[in-house]
Design a protein around this ligand. Sequence first.
Ligand SMILES: *Cc1c(COP(=O)(O)O)cnc(C)c1O
Ligand SMILES: [Zn+2]
Length: 436
Amino acid sequence: MTQAVDTPRTASRQATFTGLKCKECGETYQPEAKHVCEDVCFGPLEVAYDYDAIRRQVTRETIQAGPNSIWRYRAFLPVETDTPIDVGTGMTPLLSAQRLARRLGLKQLYIKNDAVNMPTLSFKDRVVSVALTRARELGFTTVSCASTGNLANSTAAIAAHAGLECCVFIPADLEAGKILGTLIYDPTVMAVQGNYDQVNRLCSEVANTKGWGFVNINLRPYYSEGSKTLGFEVAEQLGWQLPDHIVAPLASGSLFSKIHKGFQEFIKVGLVEDKPVRFSGAQAEGCSPISQAFKEGRDFITPVKPNTIAKSIAIGNPADGVYALDIARKTNGTIEDVTDAEIIEGIKLLAETEGIFTETAGGTTIAVLKKLAEAGKINPDETTVAYITGNGLKTQEAVKGYIGEPLTIEPKLNSFERAWERANTLNRLEWQQTLV
Ligand SMILES: *Cc1c(COP(=O)(O)O)cnc(C)c1O
Ligand SMILES: [Zn+2]
């Protein structure tokens, strides 16, 4: 058996989601493996909740008494089970970034550090934990995804933990660390000779024929809800308050839109006070369809062919692009893009000031943060949160040639002394150069 065809059991006592709802026309559907409004308008489906039921079940205290993972917010997630797949995903550090703030002329800057998310060191572990828990409930035994890299890592790892069969699809030209970091879990890996948008198109066809649970296709409504936890955690970690401004990377635009939904839900059930939060998005210049639409004042996205080192966010035809655009505009935020050279500088800046090694997507976010700060588009007193979504050890080739080298010495004190002297001379020269 691969797919449950009948509707799921009536929701258990604690289930708080009521079904699926079209984001465009409002048509409702049973909570099955379905992502498109096929009866009416072909818009995307989203999970709908009974917020009165959530309000009755949840307080700050019940959340704090829950697991130290995304599952402390289970009432806001689209699963029925009391035993979700919990591999310790979520509750990553929210770091006060004082040295980076000073460099950028800001005062209240925080880094939400999903470079150390469990188990595969990217924010994708959040969405996959939710999608695979739901996949299991719906009776799927084989799970799959169309990935830009991190999603394949997460799907393969969490499927292994849950004992699900797994077949993932990636563009063939991904970074070595992303490919190895998938293969180690022993799924079937299809390296497609094409870009992500072609991989995604192929997967839509496979989803129609195979009856597999594709986390970001037929399970997408459940999957994308996992990103709300990036909003919930920041609110809780700030002492049950919303920030003034967030900066996050945009690939499909889903993560960005769901952080917004997470904040709105916390307001709706009374866990935080309502206040305006500005949403600013980050893209790589070599794949910036959402940023281009923002700058040109368009409310539609023109797809592009990606060409950037920021492969994890290189989606040329972003499914949730128009929703991200809308959120940036209505919250008085902005969307900006940066060059590959600026992305590398962003990776180095975060590492040197805060001790966090992020991948290219995080470099994009930091470079955009810097650009906005320099342009006066971030008020220095605003509580600003920059979302770091992935780990630099997975994209080492991006910084090769742009960082220093070790000083090779003999195992002798005088060899060390000579090298130390040389290093200091070099540092002094570099320092003088920065002064001219
Ligand atoms: C997938 C991904 C994103 C963006 O995800 P969307 O929800 O598609 O916008 C950002 N950062 C990293 C590291 C990712 O892997
Ligand atoms: Zn519809």
